[in-house]
Design a binder for this molecule. Structure first.
Ligand code: NAD
Ligand code: TYD
Length: 351
């Protein structure tokens, strides 16, 4: 019997991980622990919310007492930790929140796991989900981030994630806790909050709003379909080697401006507009402070050791994604208007 705590399960990636685990493993009990910040949305999980092996608990990973109680109440023997503040632009405006949630929140989970497991680490695992941004920035030289790269974070977001990664490894080295850390590249797909490049731009194209391209649009990101990330997490949770790090990426590098042109082309096509209709929306704006030039992941270790590779070609993934956002305008309207936040505030304040 596995009782798995998934933190941040109401967010973008977390909701895909929860869905995969709840449907694929009916014998597991999946406990989704999420604060429901602006980025968390239970509507992301409507299709599985009534499954018997699924429980949602609203709470804050920084609240040590609540986290401690959670381990006891649900006899947690595995953790997949995704809860975090995740947007670089927000971290530039408000670094404290990032340090609090990403660093202290992770520490609170680690400490609660350590107390509850009390040195009995058989069949236990603390799996921490991190980002490739901890490795810093690459030049246009074909180099890729490998698991052996030194950490060199630049934004408050990546600095907070790097710090949390170090705490996770420290709990292995100091207390013997079985841990795994994975560092993944940029994800895209359904249910991503429309402050991130891909959903923001699809929504703006639809509504004929400007597309704010930072700097010259020459920065490069390596894009992975979110369901493929969830599949990787499944494989690593079950077969990954303890104390190891695995990089997860799609070998799918795109210069921002080229990706934006693809999004315009696909969105115009699916909306039945003539090609080129939305090209004029591209608007170059002031660059992001400390904007990392290029991220690119080498996920060879994961492929060689555990046989994982992305299942979806990018062309197919981006078309599916554009179609999903166009078909789910109500979801977009709700998350951008804050209506769902008000709804859940009310619902949970009555408990
Ligand atoms: P997200 O912002 O969409 O979701 C984060 C979730 O965490 C939300 O549901 C939010 O309510 C919850 N949360 C935030 N603070 C909390 C707290 N104090 N207590 C409990 N819950 C809290 O993020 P995402 O894009 O799904 O990213 C999930 C994880 O994956 C993060 O750890 C992120 O660093 C990592 N990651 C993301 C990407 C990406 O491209 N999005 C890539 C690599 C790694
Ligand atoms: P984002 O989706 O915020 O992810 P990250 O910063 O974690 O990589 O941004 C992806 C890229 O797109 C990044 O190089 C910044 C750029 N970008 C823009 O040019 N305009 C925008 O409005 C946003 C949100 C991002």
């Amino acid at each position: 019997m596995r009782n798995i705590l998934i933190t941040g399960g109401a967010g973008f990636i977390g909701s895909h991980v929860v869905r995969l685990f709840v449907t694929k493993y009916p014998d597991y009990h999946i406990v989704n622990f999420d604060k429901l910040t602006y980025a968390g949305n239970l509507a992301n999980l409507k299709d599985i919310e009534n499954k018997p092996n699924y429980t949602f608990v609203r709470g804050d990973i920084c609240d040590f007492e609540s986290v401690r109680n959670l381990f006891v109440k649900y006899d947690i023997n595995g953790v997949i930790h995704l809860a975090a503040e995740s947007h670089v632009d927000r971290s530039i405006k408000d670094p404290f929140t990032f340090a609090k949630t990403n660093v202290l929140g992770t520490l609170s989970l680690l400490q609660a796991a350590r107390e509850y497991w009390d040195g009995n680490y058989d069949d236990k695992l603390f799996y921490h989900i991190s980002t490739d941004e901890v490795y810093g920035s690459l030049a246009f030289d074909g180099e890729l981030f490998r698991e052996t790269n030194k950490y060199d974070p630049h934004s408050p977001y990546s600095a907070s994630k790097a710090s949390s990664d170090h705490f996770v490894r420290a709990f292995h080295d100091t207390y013997g806790m079985p841990v795994i850390v994975t560092n993944c590249s940029n994800n895209y797909g359904p249910y991503q909050f429309p402050e991130k490049l891909i959903p923001l731009f699809i929504n703006n194209i639809r509504h004929n709003k400007p597309l704010p391209v930072y700097g010259k649009g020459e920065n490069v990101r390596d894009w992975l379909y979110v369901v493929d990330h969830a599949r990787a997490i499944d494989v690593i949770f079950h077969k990954g080697r303890v104390a190891e790090t695995y990089n997860i990426g799609g070998f799918n590098e795109w210069k921002n401006i080229d990706l934006i042109k693809v999004m315009i082309k696909v969105t115009d096509k699916l909306l039945g507009r003539p090609a080129g209709t939305s090209d004029h929306l591209i608007t170059y704006v002031k660059d992001r402070a400390g904007h990392d030039l290029r991220y690119a992941i080498d996920s060879t270790k994961l492929k060689k050791e555990l046989g994982w590779e992305p299942s979806l070609q990018f062309e197919e993934g981006i078309e599916q994604t554009v179609r999903w956002y166009l078909d789910n305008q109500e979801w977009l309207d709700n998350v951008t208007s804050g209506e769902y936040e008000k709804y859940y505030e009310k619902m949970y304040s009555n408990r």
